[in-house]
Structure formats: structure tokens, C-alpha cells
Design a protein around this ligand. Structure first.
Ligand code: ADP
Ligand code: ZN
Ligand code: ZN
Length: 727
């Protein structure tokens, strides 16, 4: 009898182990290859992670694989190493991590896409005179005209957001409007910067290119509009010219169509975009092309990080401060951090770009662990606008708006320019605060603010769990306290009363949910002269609008004084990013921030516009409190169908942790700031430590404990390492 060969397989199960299977008679799969197997009673897809290991259980009890799925490995070693790291670091089951790294169509055992017919590129028929076109067709024509070059269907969809199918283009071709050419016959024009680079840009590019093949991490630090993107594109061109692939991560693709356009235009036919909005089949195609090395530049949101890229030469993380890089469920990874790890594993430089780097990144750059590249000025010589505070204790806001802001808006509109009104509406816990006098509720037992739990009408301390009935009136000035905060829709209504007849666009999740709505909004903004745009943080993303004369910021205090760990940092970043929207094309414009705390050090810092200076108080606070980046945190979350059940389980976990951990502070359990979500009640335990290893030890022990003594099925326990928010 020939010796049985065994493999260890990752299976999509919430368990911390690999499973032994025997190879079928025909063939032994390799590491990184998908297999079919029976797990318990169900048919599953697995990925082989180890071969030639003596099985962990009695060989007689080992089942055989049901089959081998791919002709060879589809996940390369380097990527598997990254996934194993992610499973360890985020304390997440290895099988879930590995299977989730695959495009959905492959997770369930679907086939790899077969060889693909030569790709077609589409362009406008020279001299075609478009007439009697529908809105979709007009958008196609406009997209191709803007691009100025032939484009593959997926790029055209990225540019227009239309979700076109090939048949539609073929019909337009039949009408003599478009023509198609085979990609292979059209050699992509070499990328050239459209501009003359500044000496700072040249230096940055030279530094990145010089470290090709090394594990250097760069912080590319420059105000919005200072030309960072131009630097990424040049460094990418260098890598592509050396036959290497480039991965560019962006926080959200839909929000930055201009970036996709810019990259696609610069490297026609070489760019693939990958994000969760793509239909499954298209996503699989893009993934497969990248895996086979057919597209040189992959532009994607956080999950694109897990795409196999055999010739990877450069990773860029654009807007590295953006919280969208953190996955908030399942494997709660931070794509920037894993990008750095991937660069390390694959010996590839990683460029982190931001005008407002996170404190983590800033500190590492200061310590010399990252190379700090600076772009000090904008190439066009323009200056970011000055930031001024409007004291809401003096100018009482009515429906969120105070009169000097309204006056400034009137003036800006009179100059035929646009006003952007930003409502800071991140999912931070709301502190109980008075909009009129600036009073903020503190916990009687802790150095912490009380947060509003509107559903149960209580204010709660998220550290010790203290709670009391929500007060209706401010104890300091007697005015009514608002518990809900203002929404964008209410703000929009108030603004249209003040400015009847003025064009207005609202930009938030609700107004841009359906396909094409976002593009429509952005288009309207670009097309209008004077007008008002009201919205959430979506306003602050990298859009380049030439006519913004005024940025008004509402409700900044909630962000600056929130109990949430990163709320103040992210609020400063948000205001500066929003400020970066003003003052393009000449006049610097102005930024007005409404606050009840104009003398607070953070507000004073904000007024200077100098980001490294304004985060200094935050850094001091974090250092003193042993908070990141000077200490390490993890959250254990428990959620269940009743407040009691969640609290009991959380208490048991906390007690077990307290008995066994050293060098780790265990805080709580306390109700999560958003206690009730989807009729489930959430409790959390915060772990803090001065160094990583005791924290990870504590998490590993806790997990082992609850895997041996599993909580009842209706309770869910999850771990969030390096949490971005405590909500
Ligand atoms: P960032 O990514 O830092 O916001 P961009 O690279 O988008 O900056 O540049 C902002 C604007 O300035 C863009 O319109 C870009 O084309 C232009 N730009 C960038 N570099 C230069 C340069 N060296 N000379 C002239 N214009 C430039
Ligand atoms: Zn008050
Ligand atoms: Zn407390």
C-alpha cells in the first residue's frame, strides 16, 4: 500500500485550527490550492495550508478529500503568510480569514474564470456627431471624451458608474458612435506626468524609486492639493516600467471617481479597480487578472489588499488616516497596517499618503521608523484657507446655524461661489453636552464624559458603567438639552428656508445610496455656480471642486469632546480635509467652525491650520493615558438578545481576564456607547497595555477559555484589536 499523504486545510469555520484530510488517490494538492471536502455533514471548500505534516489525530479517523479544485495553487505563499499573520494578530479563526480573502465566487467552490477572449477597448468614433442620445448614452460619450483614450468596459464603468454591459456599447458602435479595438494591438502609451514636477515631488519620487525591492515605509505628508497623487503616479510608472505590479489602496472608490479617472487616464488599459460594489463575476475577473499578472495596477478598497499580485513592486495607501481602512465586523483588520505587513513580507516599499496622518503614523515617522517625505507647498502656490471659530455662546445657533455663518454664506453666494456645510456625523458616541453654554456631563466616578443612550433615555459612563436618567435641561444654563443632534436633512430644510431659490445638494449616505446618485450629486456640484452643499464627512473626501468659497463646520464640539478614543483626532482631520476643498483655483476662501469652546487648546490649534502642532495636545494626552500610539488596546464585545445575558457573559469574561492577566488593564464591562443595536444589547471590555505581547497573551487566553467553555449560542463574542472606535 502506498503511504497516505495528508494535508492540513483551512475551512470557513469559527475555529482556530486547520483540519487534517487524506489526499485522494489521484494527486496531492499543493499549499494554496482549493479542495472540496466534507466537514461534519456538509460539503465545504477549503484551502490547503500545510502538507507533509504528521496528522494531529489518528490517521484511521481522517477522511479523504472529496476533490481538488484548481489546477494549481491560487494563493501564493507570501499572501498566505500575510493571512496567517492576520489571523494571529486579530485573533480570528484562520479558516475564516483565508476563505474570506477569496472573491465570493471562489469561496463557495466556483471555478476560476477560463481564458478570456482578447479584451476590447472602446473609444469614440472620430468625427462622430452624437445626436438624440439618452442620458446613459450621453454619459458614455462624456466618459470616453473625458478619458481621451480607448478604455476597457470595466474602466468605463469605473469612470461613469453606469454598470454598462457590452451589448449596450455594441449598439452604440452599430450607430457609428463608438468603435472597439483589441487591447493587445493597442500598446498602452507610456505614462507621463501631465505637469512639471516640483523639486519636492522629484525628491519624494526619487526616494521611493531608490528603495524598490526594500521594505521601506514612507509617509508622504503634504497638505491637500500639494501633489501627493502625482507622486504616487510617478512611482507607479517607475514600478510598471520595471514590469512590477502596483497596488493602490483608497478608502472608498465610489467617493473618488476623479482619482479612478486620473489613474485610468494615466495608465490606459493597465488599471483594474476592485471594490465590493462590483458584481461577483466582475470581481472575480479583476482578481484573476491581477493574480495572473495581466493588469499592472490594481486600485482598490481595503479588501483589495488580499489580491494575489505575483510581481508586486509597490503599495500605496492613499489618505492613510481614513477610518474606512478599518473593517468593522468579522476580521476587524486595518488595511493600512496589513499593507505595511504585506510590504514587509514581500520586500516592497509602502507609501502612506495623507495631509493629516494618524497619530500612529506620525509618531512612527518622527521616530524614524518610517521615512518622512514632505510636500510643503501647493504647486500652484495657493494657500489653504484660514480657519476661524464662531463662538456659539455669543451667537446662539438656531437649528444648528448661527448668524455670522449665515452672513458669510450670503456673501459667498453673492460672489457666485459655493458654500459647503459640513455636519460632523461620524458614529461616535454622543456626549451629553449643552449646545448653548458648552456644559458637558462628567461621570461622578471616572475621568470620563457621559454618553447619551437615547433609546433607554439614560446617560452612561462607558468606563465604569455608571448611569442616570438623561437630564432634559442644562444644569448650568437651564436651556433644553438636545439628545439627538442635528441631521443633514433637518439642516438642509433650515438652509433652504434661509436661502430660498439657491441650488442645494445634500451629500450623505441616504442621498447617494442608489447607483448613479453619487455621480449625479458630484456632477451637479461641479456644474453649479453659486450654491450650497450640505453633508457629512463625504464632503471632505478628495473631490476637487473649483468654486468652493466657504466651508462651515457644524457640531464640531461633539467630535472634539467625545469620549471616543479617536474622535478628536478624526475631527481635526475632518475639518482640515474639508478645509482643503476650499480655495482651489485662486481665492483661498474661508473656513468657519462653530464651537462653544473657542478657547480650548484643540480649537486654538485648529485655528493655526498647522496639523502637527494641533495634534500635540492629543499626543500628550495619549502619552499620559498610555493610549495608542503609546499603548495598545483591544476591545472584547459581547452582544446578546437581552441586556442581562450580555452583561453576565461580559462579566464572566472580565473576571476570567482579571484573574489571569498581568500587565494588562481590564476596564469594564460596561454597556457599549451604542448599547442597543438591532434589538441586541452590547457590552464591552476594554483591555489596555503598555506593550503588545501581554495584550495578545491575554486575548489568546481569553479565547481559549471561551472556546473550551463556549457561551450560549445566542451570545456573540468578538475581539477588536486596535479598535478605531469604542462605539
Ligand atoms: P494631493 O494628492 O496632494 O491632493 P494632487 O496630486 O491631486 O495633490 O495635486 C493637486 C492638483 O495640483 C492637481 O490638479 C494636480 O494635477 C496639480 N499638480 C500636482 N503636481 C503639480 C505640479 N508639479 N505642477 C502643477 N500642477 C500640479
Ligand atoms: Zn447650558
Ligand atoms: Zn465612570
Amino acid at each position: 500500500m502506498r503511504p497516505q499523504a495528508f494535508v492540513r486545510v483551512a475551512v470557513d469555520r469559527p475555529l482556530d485550527q486547520l483540519f487534517d484530510y487524506a489526499c485522494p488517490d489521484r494527486g496531492q494538492p499543493a499549499v494554496g490550492q482549493r479542495v472540496r471536502l466534507t466537514f461534519g455533514r456538509s460539503a465545504q471548500t477549503g484551502v490547503v495550508l500545510e502538507i507533509d505534516q504528521p496528522p494531529a489525530i489518528d490517521p484511521a479517523r481522517i477522511r479523504a478529500l472529496d476533490g481538488i479544485l484548481d489546477p494549481g495553487p491560487i494563493l501564493p505563499h507570501a499572501l498566505l503568510e500575510l493571512l496567517r499573520f492576520a489571523a494571529r494578530y486579530y485573533h480570528h479563526p484562520i479558516g475564516e480569514v483565508v476563505l474570506n480573502a477569496l472573491p465570493p465566487a471562489l469561496r463557495t467552490g466556483g471555478p476560476l474564470p477560463g481564458p478570456r477572449p482578447p479584451e476590447l477597448l472602446w473609444r469614440l468614433q472620430p468625427g462622430a456627431a452624437p445626436s438624440r442620445l439618452g442620458p446613459r448614452q450621453q454619459a458614455v460619450v462624456a466618459g470616453l471624451r473625458d478619458a481621451g483614450t480607448a478604455l476597457p468596459l470595466d474602466t468605463l464603468n469605473d469612470l461613469t458608474g453606469l454598470g454598462l454591459r457590452r451589448g449596450e456599447l455594441e449598439r452604440l458602435a452599430a450607430r457609428g458612435l463608438l468603435e472597439s479595438v483589441e487591447a493587445a494591438t493597442e500598446s498602452p502609451p507610456a505614462g507621463h506626468p501631465a505637469v512639471t514636477l516640483t523639486p519636492e515631488q522629484d525628491q519624494a519620487i526619487a526616494a521611493i524609486n531608490a528603495d524598490a525591492g526594500q521594505r521601506t515605509v514612507f509617509l508622504l505628508d503634504g497638505v491637500t492639493g500639494s501633489g501627493k497623487t502625482e507622486v504616487y503616479l510617478e512611482a507607479a510608472a517607475h514600478a510598471l516600467a520595471h514590469d512590477r505590479q502596483v497596488l493602490i489602496l483608497v478608502p472608498e472608490i465610489a467617493l473618488t471617481p476623479q482619482l479612478v479617472q486620473r489613474v485610468s487616464r494615466r495608465f490606459p488599459g493597465q488599471v483594474a479597480a476592485l471594490h465590493s460594489g462590483l458584481p461577483a463575476g466582475e470581481r472575480l475577473r479583476v482578481w484573476e487578472n491581477a493574480r495572473l499578472g495581466q493588469r499592472g495596477l490594481l486600485l482598490g478598497t481595503r479588501s483589495a489588499l488580499f489580491t494575489p499580485l505575483p510581481r508586486l513592486g509597490l503599495i500605496v495607501v492613499d489618505e492613510e488616516h481614513d477610518p474606512a481602512y478599518k473593517q468593522q465586523d468579522g476580521l476587524r483588520y486595518h488595511a493600512r497596517d496589513l499593507a505595511i505587513m504585506r510590504g514587509h513580507i514581500e520586500s516592497v516599499p509602502v507609501v502612506l499618503g495623507s495631509a493629516t496622518p494618524t497619530l500612529e503614523t506620525l509618531v512612527k515617522a518622527r521616530e524614524g521608523r518610517y521615512r518622512h517625505l514632505r510636500l510643503g507647498t501647493r504647486p500652484d502656490g495657493s494657500q489653504p484657507p484660514p480657519i476661524r471659530c464662531l463662538d456659539t455662546r455669543v451667537h446662539r445657533p438656531d437649528e444648528g446655524l448661527c448668524s455670522p455663518l449665515l452672513d458669510a454664506m450670503r456673501e459667498t453666494l453673492g460672489q457666485e461661489r459655493q458654500c459647503f456645510i459640513l455636519l460632523n456625523r461620524r458614529g461616535f458616541a454622543r456626549v451629553l453636552a449643552c449646545d448653548h453654554c458648552g456644559w458637558v456631563a462628567d461621570c461622578p466616578h471616572c475621568d470620563a464624559r457621559l454618553t447619551v443612550h437615547a433609546a433607554v433615555r439614560r446617560s452612561v459612563c462607558h468606563l465604569c458603567g455608571f448611569s442616570e436618567r438623561l437630564s432634559e435641561a442644562c444644569p448650568q444654563c437651564g436651556q433644553e438639552l438636545s439628545h439627538q443632534g442635528l441631521g443633514t436633512q433637518r439642516l438642509e430644510r433650515a438652509l433652504s428656508r434661509h436661502f430660498p431659490g439657491i441650488p442645494m445638494v445634500r451629500l450623505d449616505r441616504d442621498s447617494t445610496r442608489r447607483r448613479g446618485e453619487l455621480e449625479q450629486c458630484l456632477e451637479t456640484i461641479r456644474a453649479m455656480d453659486a450654491g450650497i452643499v450640505v453633508g457629512t464627512q463625504m464632503l471632505a473626501k478628495g473631490h476637487d471642486f473649483p468654486r468652493v468659497g466657504l466651508v462651515g463646520v457644524i457640531d464640531v464640539d461633539q467630535g472634539l469632546f467625545s469620549v471616543d478614543l479617536r474622535a478628536a483626532e478624526q475631527t481635526l482631520q475632518l475639518v482640515l480635509q474639508a478645509a482643503g476643498r476650499a480655495g482651489r483655483g485662486g481665492d483661498p476662501g474661508a473656513v468657519l467652525v462653530q464651537t462653544g469652546h473657542p478657547d480650548h487648546p484643540l480649537m486654538q490649534g485648529l485655528r493655526t491650520g498647522d496639523y502637527p502642532a494641533m495634534v500635540e495636545p492629543l499626543l500628550n494626552e495619549r502619552r499620559a493615558g498610555g493610549m495608542p500610539p503609546f499603548g495598545f488596546l483591544a476591545l472584547i464585545r459581547v452582544d446578546g438578545p437581552s441586556p442581562e445575558a450580555s452583561a453576565r457573559q461580559a462579566e464572566a469574561i472580565a473576571q476570567q481576564l482579571r484573574r489571569h492577566t498581568r500587565d494588562v488593564r481590564v476596564l469594564g464591562p460596561a454597556p457599549a456607547p451604542r448599547h442597543r443595536v438591532n434589538r441586541r444589547y452590547r457590552e464591552q471590555i476594554l483591555l489596555a497595555s503598555a506593550s503588545r505581547s501581554p495584550l495578545h497573551q491575554a486575548l489568546a487566553d481569553a479565547r481559549e477559555h471561551w472556546q473550551r467553555n463556549p457561551p450560549p449560542r445566542h451570545l456573540r463574542v468578538s475581539i477588536d484589536v486596535d479598535p478605531m472606535t469604542l462605539s
